[in-house]
Design a protein around this ligand. Structure first.
Ligand code: C2O
Ligand code: CU
Length: 499
């Protein structure tokens, strides 16, 4: 079976199945019943069960040009460069940073085991790197500046080259002056599908939703990346315009009652996305590290910065009505929810036909990480002041760059206790490895999920278990409120082969 990368670039060709198509499960039920399925099983409904042609045109993401004829290699050129784009209809165009001239950058679609080669060129007026958020690749390809490769200077190039090991939605973004560079528009999605066809039965009406925000001034210019001074740093700078796939309030045209699969990533520099969809709940079927063993139904969906969610939604309403996906204020510390109103994220326009919902069954199993004999590691998320009284964030009282790395050995399992001693929540992120949340007895929190990010609310504590496989090197971990990371809440694991 060929790669499915073309899906997003030519959705019109798949938007209208034959009218008689009884079912789109394509034999996966049989495959999964043999015990091979890691994915989704769907009970077949009736008639044509698709959204109308062109329903998601306003959410279209760019696809890159693949220079490599091998179907299992995606080889692309990618340029980071300034561009002036019409982002907000109320202001003149805005000078932003882009990958390949777009915001977000192109959607990279691969299957598990495929190789990604990115010939990267930096045309920004400052150094940068690309970090492949959530991908379990080698440390040398991870984009951590100077570990081991120096940042790519203006005019410089770098070749990223690795195999993608896991199915799920991931994303890429810079790791130099990350708050400013991500805030200026540098981020893009990576969708990795299972190679075994185990998700062929998933609802075919799928959206990749890159959520972010941007700070645009009245004259269309970009807000100062250091706006608000110390308070801006402590709060984490949120933009005044919420963006869905780089657009303010795009519209999708939907048929009432059809189940859609939404793959979401929060690419904002600081904003938490708590979402609500009128009259409909979210069925969360996956997250950072792919599918969950069981679905979670909730009326609200929370995505902390950097986090992904895989959800099924079945919007329904009378033809001609309009519904909104809304951002709902979320309390992540002083000033984050007070006096703030919901904001609009996505507009759903109901067309006349009605479809049938589907109720997939998840068939993935995830074994808990064995924490017997694991090494305990204590991390405190701390707030200090520098000599001039400016806030300095850190881990164990030490800002990034001033402390020793945290040692780990290949093959070792560690249990990290993350104790947030500050008045703000911190979305904690570890590069290169998935972890599991565990309780005080060391038992995995159910349903067991593979994570690369976890919210640690103010003055609370979270525990995670992580197993370090054979990818030695320096691995970053940090708060994904990028203003906090840049203010010092970042450190490294030094993963070595056993002596
Ligand atoms: Cu998206 Cu260092 O992370
Ligand atoms: Cu933080």
């Amino acid at each position: 079976m060929g790669r499915r990368r073309a899906r997003r670039s030519a959705p019109a060709s798949i938007a209208a199945p034959p009218a008689s198509a009884p079912c789109y499960a394509r034999g996966v039920v049989g495959r999964a019943s043999l015990g091979l399925g890691l994915g989704l099983l769907i009970a077949c409904g009736g008639a044509p069960n698709r959204e109308p042609e062109g329903w998601d045109d306003e959410l279209r993401l760019a696809s890159p040009i693949d220079r490599n004829p091998d179907p299992h290699v995606l080889e692309i050129d990618l340029v980071a460069r300034p561009e002036t784009l019409p982002i907000w209809s109320l202001t003149p165009p805005t000078p932003v940073y882009t990958y390949d001239g777009g915001l977000p950058g192109p959607l990279l679609e691969l299957s598990v085991g495929d190789r990604l080669i990115v010939h990267f060129r930096n045309e920004l007026p400052e150094p940068t790197t690309i970090h492949w958020h959530g991908l379990r690749i080698d440390a040398a390809m991870d984009g951590a500046p100077d570990h081991p490769h120096p940042p790519v200077p203006p005019g410089g190039t770098f070749d990223y080259d690795f195999v993608v090991p896991d199915a799920g939605l991931f994303w890429y973004h810079p790791h130099v002056r990350s708050a400013a560079q991500v805030g200026a528009g540098l981020y893009g999605p990576i969708l990795v599908r299972p190679a075994d066809g185990s998700e062929d039965a998933a609802p075919p009406d799928e959206l990749v939703l890159v959520l972010s925000d941007i700070h645009i001034l009245d004259d269309g210019s970009l807000g100062d990346p250091n706006s608000g001074g110390d308070f801006g740093t402590l709060f984490g700078r949120e933009g005044n315009v919420v963006l869905t796939n780089g657009r303010w309030l795009p519209t999708i045209r939907v048929r009432s009652g059809i189940t859609q699969r939404w793959r979401l990533v929060n690419a904002a520099r600081s904003r938490y996305f708590q979402l609500e969809l009128e009259g409909t709940s979210f069925r969360r079927i996956g997250g950072d590290g792919g599918l969950l063993p069981e679905a979670i139904d909730a009326s609200r969906l929370l995505l902390i910065p950097g986090q992904r969610a895989d959800v099924l939604v079945t919007p329904s309403d009378a033809a001609g009505s309009i519904q909104f996906l809304r951002w709902i204020p979320f309390d992540r510390g002083l000033g984050s929810a007070e006096l703030r109103a919901p904001e609009l994220v996505l507009r759903l326009e109901f067309v006349d036909e009605a479809g049938e919902p589907v109720a997939p069954t998840l068939t993935r199993t995830i074994a808990p990480i064995d924490v017997a004999g694991a090494t305990p590691v204590e991390l405190r998320l701390t707030e200090m002041k520098d000599a001039e009284g400016h806030p300095l964030l850190g881990i164990n009282g030490v800002p990034f760059g001033e402390g020793e790395p945290f040692p780990a050995t290949v093959g070792e399992t560690q249990v990290w206790t993350i104790d947030n001693q500050t008045d703000w929540s911190h979305p904690f992120h570890l590069h290169g490895f998935f972890f599991q949340e565990i309780d005080e007895d060391g038992a995995a929190v159910e349903p067991i999920a593979w994570l690369d990010s976890i919210d640690v609310p103010a003055h609370e504590l979270r525990r995670i278990a992580v197993h370090f496989d054979a990818r030695p090197g320096m691995w970053m971990f940090h708060c994904h409120i990028l203003d906090h990371a840049e203010a010092g809440m970042m450190a490294m694991v030094d993963l070595r082969e056993p002596p």
